[in-house]
Design a protein around this ligand. Structure first.
Ligand SMILES: [Zn+2]
Length: 280
């Protein structure tokens, strides 16, 4: 596995603290820097970030880890972390999807129950994708993905109707909501979580005293407890990531079996990336 980390840094700050040739401009005001995670310059960016944070400021405004695997590594993983890259809004609740918030945890918001069909403006779903999620974490899949799952007898998920909110009101759509029904996977303590690579949230600002939340972001690859996997092709973690704020809702991590990975690869499904998940 080859791991790189991407930073997005205000160009003015980048000029002040970094070599001019490091990274490339995304716009007049933003620079993108991509480095191998073990590169010593990553540590330096971390030190600059920490110094800024002590003053209540920040150096980079965005960071993301990208993992690149060999065909052998991907082909031999029993479970894979399904990282959905296709995002859209408005969210379900903005289109009239009903949630019962009475069961939601007062600390973290986990536990709100969707009590109506998922209603979306399906015209906003990114084109050409087979799997996508709203910014609230509602996951939808294409009809051909549902067909493939049924054809190959893949277990662990239900596909429920998605209604389109059109000019004349709600109408059926070709999309389905992915609802994971298998036993939730227990996260292993080897999974590193936090705000970013340099801030693992030691104050637990993004965790919950009741243990629902693993953290704001997943920093390392995913490690899950083998004994908690019921063998399903679709799975999710029992603990959540993210934050309940505005339209944002905490989300579990989604995982797929090797058998399901091969179906996704075979049909050239789009809208996501896969990372190796470790069973321990
Ligand atoms: Zn909670």
């Amino acid at each position: 596995m080859r791991e790189t980390i991407e930073f997005r840094i205000d160009e003015e700050l980048a000029r002040k603290f970094l070599e001019p040739e490091l990274g490339s401009p995304m716009s007049d005001t933003l620079r993108r820097v991509v480095l191998p995670t073990h590169d010593e310059r990553v540590q330096r960016i971390g030190e600059i970030q920490r110094a800024h944070r002590e003053r209540g400021e920040f150096f980079f405004i965005y960071s993301a880890t990208h993992r690149h695997y060999s065909a052998k590594e991907m082909g031999s993983a029993e479970l894979l972390d399904l990282v959905i890259r296709a995002h859209f809004e408005p969210t379900g609740s903005m289109c009239g999807t009903e949630y019962d918030e009475s069961a939601a945890c007062k600390y973290c918001g986990v536990g709100a129950r969707q009590v109506s069909d998922l209603i979306l403006d399906t015209r906003r779903i990114p084109k050409g994708k087979d799997i996508a999620r709203t910014i609230a974490g509602e996951v939808i899949v294409s009809p051909r993905m549902v067909d493939a799952c049924r054809e190959y007898g893949l277990a662990g998920a239900d596909f429920r109707p998605v209604l389109h909110l059109g000019r004349k009101g709600r109408e059926p759509s070709e999309w389905s909501q992915l609802v994971i029904t298998s036993k939730p996977l227990k996260l292993s303590a080897s999974t590193v979580t936090g705000i970013n690579l340099f801030d693992l949230d030691e104050e637990n600002r993004h965790r919950c005293p009741k243990g629902h939340m693993a953290g704001l972001n997943q920093i390392s690859e995913l490690y899950v407890q083998r004994a908690s996997w019921d063998g399903s092709d679709w799975a999710r973690t029992g603990t959540f990531f993210g934050v309940r704020r505005g339209e944002l809702r905490p989300e579990p991590r989604l995982l797929v079996s090797q058998k399901l990975r091969q179906v996704l690869v075979g049909m050239k499904a789009k809208g996501f990336e896969l990372e190796v998940a470790h069973l321990v």
